[in-house]
Design a protein around this ligand. Structure first.
Ligand code: NCD
Ligand code: ZN
Length: 335
């Protein structure tokens, strides 16, 4: 195969930040994606229908052909009225951030049970629960494995609440999602399909491979790769593309997050080809996510992947992307 044409992909987990940086990041996504689900951990966070709508307009103005799917940051104090207003303003998911485990989560939630009344309203309104699945009190490598033990309680108490475990990073979480009811799914990033702790810190420390949840062992990476390539509709693409300016990564305190938007589709193509699963790529990145969220599949816009070498730029707008400087074998272009 030297060329593959697929429906224009959706990315169900991206960070576009705020202010002057947002238009550049939005345009990088516009180059290869149709719908993107935008995370609410901006400064200040997206917590109201007004701020969510303003953010939507800002993204649309920068990248008119990109279709942002909006989210808000969960906290225990939402009233049913505020949640209804968010739903009416177009929110498709509420995002749970445990306190302090990742970028801009200092205002996150300490005890997830405090959110159960909010989950009950979200279930009624048909708002998806999007989970950053890490338990802050656990050892950093084990935070996801400890967190997922709480998930059964959520899906049992709220049988109609759709739940997405974001950026799944361990074999245990893959197994749990597979065994869970159909309304429980997971997003998979490109970097968790490619990297292990060896890449991050097996030799010299590589700050541009540092993200939350942290990349894990070879057996975890393999399980994630297999799940993505398996054709199971519970696993769909969410890049967690998370830009940080170079100086925020290359300093004594390194921000968590990997900027993958410019390379994601080329790298996915390479991975699915290696796995002899090219027939599964379109569902993974242009089908299953939309299906889970109850959105129509987009069939009129396409992405072409061609076998052509290109070298990833060292920087995009001051951000070092995944595989900066590396030559990739597939090129993606919107048609
Ligand atoms: C994300 C960011 O930079 O906003 N960072 C990350 O390491 N993934 C936040 C997140 O999704 O955890
Ligand atoms: Zn994220």
């Amino acid at each position: 195969v030297n060329e593959l044409i697929i429906n224009l992909p959706d990315d169900f987990h991206v960070h576009l930040r705020q202010g002057d940086e947002t238009p550049d990041y939005a345009k990088d996504h516009e180059a290869h994606f149709n719908r993107i689900m935008v995370m609410p951990n901006t400064l200040p966070p997206i917590r109201s229908a007004e701020s969510m709508l303003a953010y939507y307009q800002e993204i649309k103005a920068a990248a008119p052909s990109l279709n942002p799917l909006m989210t808000f940051k969960l906290h225990p104090d939402y009233t049913p009225e505020q949640l209804r207003a968010l739903k009416e303003a177009g929110a498709i998911a509420g995002k749970y951030y445990p306190q302090g485990v990742t970028t801009n989560s200092e205002d996150g939630v300490r005890e997830m049970d405090a959110l159960f009344p909010v989950f009950a309203e979200m279930e009624k309104l048909g708002i998806v629960l999007s989970l950053h699945g890490e338990e802050p009190s656990a050892f950093c490598i084990d935070r996801e494995r400890v967190f997922i033990k709480k998930m059964e309680k959520i899906w049992t108490e709220f049988p109609k609440l759709k739940i997405v475990l974001e950026h799944v990073s361990t074999l245990e979480a893959i197994e749990l999602v597979k065994a869970a009811p159909a309304h429980v799914a997971a997003t998979i990033t490109v970097h968790h399909m490619c990297l292990t702790l060896n890449d991050l810190m097996g030799g010299a420390l590589k700050p541009h491979y540092f993200c939350k949840p942290v990349v894990q062992g070879p057996q975890d990476r393999k399980a994630i790769l297999n799940a993505a390539c398996s054709g199971n509709p519970k696993f769909f693409f969410g890049s967690d593309s998370a830009p940080h300016l170079r100086h925020r990564k290359e300093q004594s305190v390194c921000a968590a997050g990997i900027y993958t938007a410019p390379v994601a589709m080329a790298v996915l193509m390479e991975l699915f080809e290696e796995q002899q699963a090219l027939d599964k790529l379109e569902n993974f990145c242009s089908g299953f996510g939309a299906d889970f969220y109850g959105l129509p599949r987009e069939t009129s816009k396409k992405l072409r992947l061609i076998r052509q070498e290109w070298t990833v730029a060292e920087e995009y707008h001051g951000v070092v992307p995944l595989y900066a400087g590396r030559t990739l074998g597939w090129k993606a272009e919107k048609i």
